[in-house]
Design a protein around this ligand. Sequence first.
Ligand SMILES: [Zn+2]
Ligand SMILES: [Zn+2]
Length: 228
Amino acid sequence: MPNQETSLREILETLQAEPKANASALPVTCALCQLVEKSVLTALSFFFDEFVNDHAIRVNIRKSRGFCPEHTQTLRQRGDALAIAILYSDLLDQTLAQWKEKPPSRPRFALGRNAPNSPQAPCPACAVAEEATTRYVNALAQGLESLETRTALEAAPSLCVAHVERVLTQAKPHAGKFLLELERGRLEALYAELEEAIRKNDYRFRHEEWGAEKDAWLRALTRLTRPE
Ligand SMILES: [Zn+2]
Ligand SMILES: [Zn+2]
């Protein structure tokens, strides 16, 4: 597993990378979101190379009964048709056996217990994402104490709210204060842009030219997702 220093180096490289021209014209996402997503994609590649031959991986995926909706979308984009066919025939076989043995039905006693066939393990990709998040959050919280990291954060696009909050729970007070003030200023600016976009949608101001606030709604979607 990469150590904290390696993880911080990856964060700095991501912060310092030129934003890629992306075809969908979506705003650049938070550096930690990018790194977590990269970790998930790497793990999925490994998973699809290995699961056919690796009994432990197959047992685990049976326990989780597949992937969450977000990562199912990732699998669809990867498009490994044969591997998915093999994996999902196994999962469907399991589901059919469970339906035969314990058909899902309304529980007789509402004791808040799990439904009979509910997954016994988290989505494997979510588990990888959580491990990667913890690793990068700790590395950045530690790295905030260096001038190099602070300079890179100031020059790079914002982190998302969920990751800022996670880093702040791990940072020493003076280092946390730096990040909080930096990102609070950026959120206030985004808030003002949203307000401006709302104002310009008013018929009385429709003739006014649009500026950077035009895509503020897209940046807001990237910036604020519900913390897990
Ligand atoms: Zn993020
Ligand atoms: Zn997932």
